[in-house]
Design a protein around this ligand. Structure first.
Ligand code: FAD
Length: 298
């Protein structure tokens, strides 16, 4: 099923992100993870595309496995910066051939040391160029990325939002956010996006933090900020890994409950391929939603 159609029937969506095994590891090492996540019956599972297209084929294979074995909607990430237009076309054909109809269309990151001349006429420069191409030639459902705290390369959030508006107008059906730890940042971003007429659903990306190294790496990769209350948790439990893990899961659950109360379009859990953690989070939300549904019915 196309993800854009799911927003019509049900709100909010719950989805998960997984990443393919590293090169040289057999692709089926991920299938146990998919199996466990399928038990939670999310609205879709997304599969990342390794930096520089390093997991091109496995991303397609895993997305196809999710769709065809479990009858679950799969969202295949696809980056364009490090592939030629012909190579992108090959991947699109391969997805089509395997029945995967949902794409998260991304630019990707520049390889280290790449200069201004890296992009030639055979490449798409921005995600919006890839999106316009897909929209013109096919009928995929297209998702794209957005950044509540702005993209690292952009000078300001206002400029980034103008670029986002162009991207959405090129043919985006829904957006998924970069992870964030302060919901107020997301609410303010959503308000600004609304004012610009960015009116596709925006799914909030949530990462359950499990250890301190993970947080440090994420901050350097994404530039996201940590609110004081989260910094306190990190400081308090920094040398108690088990407690930090529990606090990280509890923090993610609290964030999600707040987002659901606010009326978010969807929650996308960055699972880090950890189905047990994901299960704990989803079960907590499901219990709350179940109680609410019962109370409303009585
Ligand atoms: P774009 O939307 O093209 O934006 C990139 C930059 O260009 C921004 O700073 C934007 O402001 C600027 N820009 C856009 N249009 C213009 C214009 N007309 N003029 C000047 N500047 C402009 N990376 C992977 O490698 N694999 C993945 O699977 C992956 N999955 C992701 C999933 C999510 C939900 C998110 C949030 C990110 C993901 N990324 C992934 C990271 C992403 O590839 C990087 O953040 C990348 O640097 C930007 O990609 P984009 O599609 O957002 O680019």
């Amino acid at each position: 099923m196309l993800i854009r159609d799911k927003f019509k029937n049900k709100n909010p969506l719950i989805s998960f992100e997984i990443f393919p095994p590293k090169k040289d590891y057999p692709v089926d090492t991920i299938y146990g993870t998919v199996d466990a996540l399928n038990d939670l019956r999310p609205d879709f599972i997304s599969v990342t595309y390794g930096a520089g297209g390093s997991t091109k084929d496995t991303t397609v294979d895993i997305a196809s496995f999710i769709k065809n074995k479990y009858d679950l909607s799969a969202l295949a990430h696809l980056t364009c910066l490090t592939s030629t237009k012909d190579e992108v076309e090959e991947t699109l054909n391969s997805l089509k051939g395997k029945g995967v109809r949902n794409i998260l269309a991304l630019r990707g990151d520049y390889p280290e040391g790449a200069g201004a001349d890296y992009i030639g006429p055979n490449h798409y420069k921005y995600a919006k160029d890839l999106i316009a191409h897909i929209k013109e030639n096919d009928d995929f459902c297209i998702g794209a990325a957005c950044y509540p705290e702005k993209h690292l390369e952009c000078q300001s959030l206002d400029k980034d939002l103008l670029h986002l508006k162009e991207k959405v107008d090129a043919g985006v059906d829904f957006l998924i956010t970069q992870l964030f730890f302060d919901n107020e940042t997301f609410y303010s971003f959503k308000e600004k996006a609304d004012k610009l007429g960015i009116n596709v659903p925006i799914i909030a990306g949530i990462l359950p933090v499990l250890n301190k190294n993970q947080v440090e790496k994420i901050i350097s990769l994404t530039g996201c900020t940590l609110p004081k209350k989260f910094l306190r948790v990190l400081e308090k439990y920094e040398h108690k890994p088990e407690a930090l893990r529990e606090a990280g899961i509890a923090y993610a659950i609290a964030q999600i409950i707040d987002l659901l109360s606010w009326g978010v379009d969807g929650i996308h859990v960055y699972t880090m391929n950890r189905p047990k953690t994901t299960r704990r989070i989803i079960e907590s939300i499901t219990n709350i939603r179940g109680v609410l549904a019962n109370e409303e019915a009585s």
